[in-house]
Design a protein around this ligand. Structure first.
Ligand SMILES: [Zn+2]
Ligand SMILES: [Zn+2]
Length: 153
């Protein structure tokens, strides 16, 4: 059963181009259907599951129920267990946020620390978007004032 799955691995999937953590060896690709994000899926234990989870469980023999696998190599197609780390969902979200390099709304460059602010709860938000919405609010208020002046004059 597990052989059927493991035989679909290609161990020469190439060296990851921009890993967020250095990883050993090449990426492994997997012969199956891939979802829209390029992540391969495999039918296992009665349901379709991400192949990298199944390969991780089969090769490591670890129970990762309730844990996320962080793609250390940044390659969604990769199923190499050495390129994955089992972490809590909260930790994974924290890491994704940490590696975010641009704001989601307008793509402002977050590699410039001047563009990022941190709320007391640790969440980051875009300083540039904040500045812009501030300016827009002021401009609106000024415009409204002019309107009332004109109406009175
Ligand atoms: Zn990889
Ligand atoms: Zn922004």
């Amino acid at each position: 059963m597990s052989d059927r799955i493991l035989s679909r691995i290609n161990h020469e999937g190439g060296i990851p181009a921009s890993p967020h953590t250095p990883v050993p060896g090449q990426c492994w690709t997997f012969a199956s259907w891939h979802n829209s994000a390029g992540c391969p899926y495999v039918h296992w234990e009665g349901r379709d599951q991400p192949a990298h989870r199944v390969v991780y469980i089969l090769t490591r023999g670890e129970d990762i129920t309730g844990l996320d696998l962080d793609h250390l190599c940044r390659n969604p197609a990769c199923v190499n267990p050495d390129h994955h780390e089992a972490v809590t969902h909260a930790e994974n979200q924290r890491r994704i946020a940490k590696h975010q390099t641009a704001c989601r709304r307008a793509g402002h460059d977050w590699t410039d620390p001047n563009n990022v602010r941190t709320r007391p709860n640790g969440k980051r938000y875009c300083a540039e978007c904040d500045r812009q919405s501030c300016r827009a609010r002021h401009a609106r208020r000024r415009a409204e004032k002019k309107e009332t002046h004109r109406a009175n004059g």
